[in-house]
Design a protein around this ligand. Structure first.
Ligand SMILES: C[S@@+](CC[C@H](N)C(=O)[O-])C[C@H]1O[C@@H](n2cnc3c(N)ncnc32)[C@H](O)[C@@H]1O
Length: 228
């Protein structure tokens, strides 16, 4: 585990917690709501049993606003305490726990659905996290990932979106939250991340069947894996 990366990432998210939701809405021009709704649609057409849902890298628990309500047990886990303090106030029926994706405090085969939105990019050890997801999911359980990937060059729209994400967003994010470094980190973490094809291979290596790969914006995807 790269503990320096872990420490820096937690500090970054704690520092922007108060303005995180507002910044997301403004910086994405409200698109984040549509992306989360698409995640929900994909989940509901794939999940069989609405027993236990675990939202990993839950932050302020934003995913619980859009879906997951009809699960019997709802758990959010994240290492950034200040992000979850906001989540606890908003969603009193969700159990929020401090922890990391790479070491989940749950029994084998105990979870029906794992959701991770905009979290995988931040993991210190992604492959270990995928191994943990596979361990705690029940057989046929679903892993649903909503994530930003590096922008591919090509069309005018892609070039414009690249310029926005890599050059403009860090400054706007800095103005909204007062933390310019946090949004420089965000842009860098997208630029340096793996492509969706690689994530699909990594999931297959960890015994997931990739059952859906849905592109909702030039560089935003929902990827669904089913535990084999
Ligand atoms: C961009 S926020 C996403 C929050 C939320 N999922 C959402 O969609 O709004 C990324 C979150 O990942 C969390 N995080 C960072 N490293 C993590 C790890 N190793 N395991 C679990 N969560 C982690 C951060 O603390 C932060 O709350």
């Amino acid at each position: 585990m790269n503990s320096l990366k872990k420490f820096k990432v937690i500090k970054t998210f704690n520092s922007i917690a108060d303005r995180y939701i507002l910044a997301n809405h403004l910086l994405s021009f409200g698109q984040d709501v549509c992306w989360r709704r698409t995640l929900c649609e994909q989940i509901y057409s794939s999940v069989k049993e609405k027993g236990v849902v675990l939202d990993v890298a839950t932050g302020t628990g934003e995913n619980f606003k859009y879906c997951l309500n009809d699960f019997k047990v709802k758990i959010g886990i994240d290492p950034a305490r200040k992000m979850m303090e906001i989540g606890k106030k908003r969603f009193p029926d969700v159990v929020f726990m401090e922890g990391i994706a790479e070491e989940l405090p749950f029994r084998d085969n105990s979870i029906d659905l794992i959701t991770v939105s905009f979290g995988v990019r931040n993991f210190a050890d992604r492959k270990e996290a995928f191994r943990e997801f596979n361990r705690v999911l029940k057989k046929d359980g679903i892993l649903a990932v909503l994530e930003f990937f590096p922008m591919e060059n090509g069309s005018f729209i892609n070039k414009a979106a690249s310029a926005y994400i890599y050059n403009i967003l860090p400054y706007l994010g800095g103005i909204i939250t007062g933390n310019f470094n946090a949004y420089k980190y965000l842009a860098k973490s997208i630029k340096n991340f793996i492509m969706p094809e690689i994530m699909k291979l990594e999931l297959k290596e960890r015994n997931f069947d990739v059952i859906n790969n849905h592109r909702i914006f030039p560089n935003v995807y929902v990827i669904l894996g089913r535990k084999v």
